[in-house]
Write a protein that binds this ligand. Structure first.
Ligand code: NAD
Length: 508
């Protein structure tokens, strides 16, 4: 919380709530500073919405649903066609805001926006995606069809690490399917989601169809328990996601929770060395390791273990700086507490006997003396019992392990409690096929380090990385945000005789 909320109030803008089509200033007394993680400049202050404000947002969404659900599919899609155009128009502005409040490089911020934009583009074709099914003549003159109808008011809760992409995973598909929506973005970087919400209004999303509230546990719990909310989509840590899933499910809501990760890349000795090492380093240290799909464990198989010195040497070449600096490869961590946590995990790694090949603590970044920087850090000799292996570090720390065979590597990955993303690097189709077949992880890359699927597919996850069976975006998001109604219909023509009364369940 801000030390002196009134003083800060005069100095920096307040992030607004979006309630019923209006951007409103919260009446709360609880505020948090939104801080540039490279400079510690306070960019804004974000409110923790009051119970009345949360209620007003949900009530606005419920009222808007009464008309929005009847809007023609084409009219809904055209709003998202307009939204994709507006996001393209404002790409640089959104990316600049994202870099300022989140810290990732400008190029990576544009990637964040672009991966969300792809979901908006897909929402523009929901007419083909939301089609039902129809089978005629299941009995004499009887047809059956299944219709996918909207649910009502849906909610989304998003993490700090993709403040554009992940809100865009949620509200476009929910709304285009005929629902109304309440978004609760991360309180650490709420300005980017607000830019997107403002663009949604400009694109023609009617008042109340999209609402945004800010806050933490209180607002999340309110969304998970409110009788008006039908479905909750969550992306964030496993700890909070498990809480959200349990709370929302107990209150009768659909819930999908995409959660934490520990992503392994398995490198076989026949892999293309340069390409594989570049991929490991890009996916391990990009966005300062703050991606749910970041590679955090490199498993070098057999003679690939000999590549460790080159991996370390290449890792040293990355430029750590403020995200706006030309040529920056990675920026700061999101907050002072994340910075302290990552450094302490590195310390624990050393104490527990991992070999610190490259230490990113204490890095000096010219021009940014106060940034939350940790440079690329590489541990070798990592064991599964070590904290650096067991915890999701969420920083630029790559743990290197060595095994003798592909079978051992697969067993290692499958024994980890998390199952978000993984990759195999090889030139052998047979090895890649075996890996893809036997691995129990949601997203698999074959010579692709960050295999986030495009939105014609859906994001997924296995074991500790996901709760709920349907994933965000793509066809599964449409399924999550709609419910199926089946209709069994018989139309009599004038010549039909009824055949009398029958008292069984069979269709006659
Ligand atoms: P987080 O779980 O701390 O926060 C996520 C959301 O939950 C935020 O909106 C936050 O305000 C809210 N929240 C925080 N504490 C809460 C509590 N006690 N009760 C109720 N709500 C609470 O996650 P984060 O630190 O913002 O994001 C990083 C995490 O998200 C990592 O674990 C990462 O792997 C995960 N993530 C997963 C995916 C995926 O698709 N699997 C994608 C991105 C991020």
């Amino acid at each position: 919380m801000a030390a002196n909320p009134q003083a800060v109030a005069q100095a920096v803008p307040a992030v607004k709530l979006l309630i019923n089509g209006k951007l409103v200033e919260s009446k709360t007394t609880e505020w948090k500073d939104v801080v540039n993680p490279a400079t510690q400049e306070v960019l804004a202050r974000v409110p923790f919405a009051t119970a009345d404000e949360i209620e007003a947002a949900i009530a606005g969404a419920a009222a808007a649903y009464k008309t929005w659900r009847h809007t023609a599919v084409g009219a809904r899609m055209r709003i998202f066609l307009k939204l994709q155009e507006l996001i393209r128009r404002d790409m640089k502005k959104i990316a600049a805001c994202l870099t300022a409040e989140q810290g990732k490089t400008l190029a990576d911020a544009e990637g964040d926006v672009f991966r969300g934009l792809e979901v908006v583009e897909h929402a523009c074709s929901v007419g083909s995606v939301q089609m039902g099914e129809h089978l005629e003549q299941v009995a004499g003159g009887v047809d059956v069809y299944a219709i996918r109808q909207s649910l009502g008011v849906c909610a989304g809760i998003t993490p700090f690490n993709f403040p554009a992409m992940i809100p865009l995973w949620m509200f476009p598909m929910a709304i285009v399917c005929g629902n109304t929506f309440v978004l609760k973005p991360s309180e650490q970087d709420p300005m980017t989601p607000m830019l997107l919400a403002e663009l949604a209004l400009e694109a023609g999303v009617p008042p109340g169809v999209l609402n945004v509230i800010h806050g933490g546990k209180q607002s999340v719990d309110a969304l998970c328990t409110h009788p008006e909310i039908r479905a909750v989509s969550f992306v964030g840590s496993t700890h909070v996601g498990t809480h959200v899933y349990n709370l929302a499910s107990t209150h009768g809501k659909r819930a999908q929770c995409m959660m934490g990760a520990k992503n392994h890349a398995v490198v076989l000795p026949d892999a293309h060395k340069e390409q594989s090492l570049n991929a490991l380093i890009g996916a391990g240290f990009g966005a300062a390791g703050q991606r749910c799909m970041a590679i955090s464990v490199a498993v070098l198989v057999g003679k690939a273990a000999e590549w460790l010195p080159d991996l370390v040497a290449k890792s040293k070449t990355l430029k750590v700086s403020g995200g706006t600096e030309p040529g920056a490869d990675l920026g700061p961590l999101i907050s002072k507490s994340a910075h302290a946590r990552v450094k302490s995990l590195i310390e624990i790694g050393v104490k527990e006997g991992a070999i610190l090949e490259l230490d990113g603590r204490g890095i000096q970044v010219p021009g940014y003396p106060d940034g939350n920087f940790v440079g690329p850090t590489v541990f070798s000799g990592v064991k599964t019992s070590m904290t650096v292996y067991k915890e999701e570090i969420f920083g630029p720390v790559l743990c290197v392990m060595s095994v003798d065979t592909l079978d051992e590597a697969i067993a290692l990955v499958n024994a980890n409690p998390m199952g978000n993303g993984t990759g195999v690097f090889t030139q052998s189709g047979a090895a890649a096929r075996k890996f893809q077949y036997e691995i129990d992880v949601g997203q698999v890359g074959i010579n692709v380090p960050i295999p986030v699927p495009v939105p014609y597919f859906s994001f997924t996850g296995s074991r500790g990385s996901k709760l709920g069976d349907l994933g965000p975006y793509g066809k599964q998001a449409m399924q999550f945000f709609t419910q199926v109604k089946t209709v069994t219909a018989r139309w009599f023509d004038d010549a039909t005789t009824t055949g009398g009364i029958h008292t069984t369940i069979s269709l006659k």
